[in-house]
Design a protein around this ligand. Sequence first.
Ligand SMILES: O=C(O)CCC(=O)C(=O)O
Ligand SMILES: [Fe+2]
Length: 311
Amino acid sequence: MEFIPVVDFDGYKLGIGDVTDQNLQKLCKELRKAFTEVGFVYLKNTGIDQREVDRVMDISKKFFLLSEDEKKPFSRGSFVNNLNHGWVSLERESLNPRNPGDLKEAFNTASLSPDIKWPSDGVNGFRDIQVGFFRRCKELSLRVIRVLALSLGLDSDVFLKAHRLIGSDKNGTTLRSLYYPPVKAESVKEGQLRCGEHSDYGSITLVFQSHEAGLQVLNCKGEFFSAPSIPGTVLINIADLMQRWTGDVFVSAVHRVLLPSVGDSNTRQSMAFFVQPDDDAIVSCCDGSNKYPPVKALDYLLARFSESYGK
Ligand SMILES: O=C(O)CCC(=O)C(=O)O
Ligand SMILES: [Fe+2]
């Protein structure tokens, strides 16, 4: 049976000032092993608790259950200061560009700018809950990114200094709430999934899932295995720019979300916090190998978006 390790982050959890040397060494060792071998890890005792996660899931679900007409004014692409912010309708995006559109809806909190208009009718507190959770995820991500650099024997700020602008419109980091509505087997298209096979684009991703199954991760032998929800933990994976940055030392694993089995009318939810380097950051191999040419983070992100939106 395949195994995504569970690592205890208690020694560096949110709220703790700094981590002791001993705890740091242990975390470096465990995260390095997980991210070089599997690309995914469950972190427990992060300081983000299940109640916080449930609150974001609940308000997100209220939004997704609004009518099309109520959601349309908040569509992705309609916010001039951030083109990734907002609502993505069912089948609009294919994370595997060779497949039909994914059977999911999403809401991207990509801009915290005061100019953004937020849904409020029927979803009281939507903005504050999404933004509050974005900030919590940001704090945890920065801690993880620091450990990642140290785990490779690099200066602690090698990655951090390219993540100074998270939460501004000069950094593409996004909290995405995902909603997978019940699936009618007879209307599913050939090859369609809840979320097509893909790897994530940026540095790392934090994932929070409702209890319904579906998420699968590809291992190095080319087989998919399940990555179930473990309440109270945060599932964290390496994304493509981080793999490239580390000259393929850390693995950005392919993953997907399967359809429910026929007759299962479940609704699934998840949240993904996609950590992205600052737009102007240049990502070049940290071991000096030049295995990949340097790339500007924003150019890389835009190229990936245009694939998944079929442009
Ligand atoms: O819904 C999930 O569990 C994961 C979704 C995902 O991998 C993504 O949106 O990139
Ligand atoms: Fe993903």
